[in-house]
Write a protein that binds this ligand. Structure first.
Ligand code: HEC
Ligand code: HEC
Length: 253
């Protein structure tokens, strides 16, 4: 059976070379998160994640919606430092890092004791939508179906480990500042100026990045609600870290 053997051998050699090629490609491309791999096959997903992240930050600004005047019913009475519409932002209860009480909001003016959303990372969007619509959250009627889908895509597909980028003890960042400078001067400079002091209405980027790196990483990833600022979450996470590290070097006032 010489022919059959030859076929088997040829087949296995091509399998080996395809495996080598795949390995070489995966080594050449900076590692992609599972969501980034999915985005390659679903062109709407990257946009949905960014928009969901901005809704998570402040849906009232994104939707130009009127602000609830009451404090959210799930806001704990133990926290008297915050009240009113700010307590309706997802980030106020679950954190910029989506880590809730285990993250940056373990202490400070947003300390609530509420848990993070880690359990939903990679989970089913429908499960997140059910929670948002449930009476405990009360978003039914305030958000549209498209808003719910984008928020759920952000929660299930838009999470990264913030503590792999930010050292929570001293707020330092694992990133290459020199590379971050190149990225900043390519991606951000047109709107924020060389020294991060523009637009004039906002605090200097250097101060924000030093004081609240979790907030700034979230905004690097998804953009700023109600503004033209693009979200960068499709970049490798290492580049997001490089950007954040450079921002901490910019002038603080
Ligand atoms: C006022 C505070 C508050 C706000 C605002 C809030 N949540 Fe929650 N959320 C909670 C509490 C409390 C729980 C229940 C935590 C528990 O079971 O210990 C929860 C639970 C969840 C869960 C389930 C987590 C799990 O592990 O099962 C999801 C998903 C969720 N929230 C998503 C959101 C999203 C998305 C938004 C914004 C649209 C939001 N939440 C806004 C307080 C809030
Ligand atoms: C097309 C213009 C544009 C680009 C490009 C842009 N931004 Fe922005 N960004 C804005 C605007 C406008 C605001 C809101 C300013 C304000 O609140 O007054 C903003 C807000 C921010 C904030 C939040 C400030 C706050 O007070 O909450 C951060 C952080 C930020 N940008 C970082 C960046 C970084 C880093 C880049 C590059 C990766 C970038 N931006 C690219 C326009 C842009």
């Amino acid at each position: 059976m010489p022919h059959a053997l030859e076929t088997i051998q040829r087949f296995s050699w091509s399998t080996v070379s395809i495996t080598c090629l795949a390995l070489a490609l995966s080594l050449a491309v900076p590692s992609a998160t599972p969501a980034q791999a999915e985005e390659a096959t679903d062109p709407g997903l990257a946009y949905s994640i960014s928009r969901g992240g901005k809704l998570y930050d402040n849906w009232m600004t994104v939707l130009k919606a009127s602000k609830p005047s009451e404090t959210h019913p799930a806001w704990p009475a133990s926290n008297t430092k915050r009240s009113g519409d700010v307590t309706w932002r997802c980030k106020s209860c679950h954190g910029w890092d989506l880590m809730g009480r285990d993250g940056a909001y373990a202490k400070g003016s947003y300390e609530t004791g509420i848990k993070g959303l880690k359990a939903l990372d990679g989970g089913k969007p429908a499960a997140v939508i059910a929670v948002m619509k449930h009476a405990s959250h009360g978003f039914d009627g305030l958000l549209s179906e498209a808003d719910f889908v984008d928020l759920a895509n952000f929660v299930t597909r838009g999470q990264i480990g913030f503590s792999t980028v930010i050292n929570y003890a001293d707020k330092s960042v694992t990133g290459d500042k020199a590379h971050g400078k190149d990225l900043y001067q390519t991606l951000c400079v047109a709107c924020h100026g060389l020294d991060g002091r523009e637009p004039k209405e906002m605090d200097a980027l250097g101060a924000l990045a030093a004081g609240n790196p979790q907030e700034v990483l979230h905004k690097i990833r998804v953009g700023q609600p109600g503004e033209q600022m693009p979200g960068m979450h499709s970049l490798p996470v290492s580049m997001q870290a490089d950007l954040l590290a450079y921002l901490q070097d910019l002038p603080r006032e």
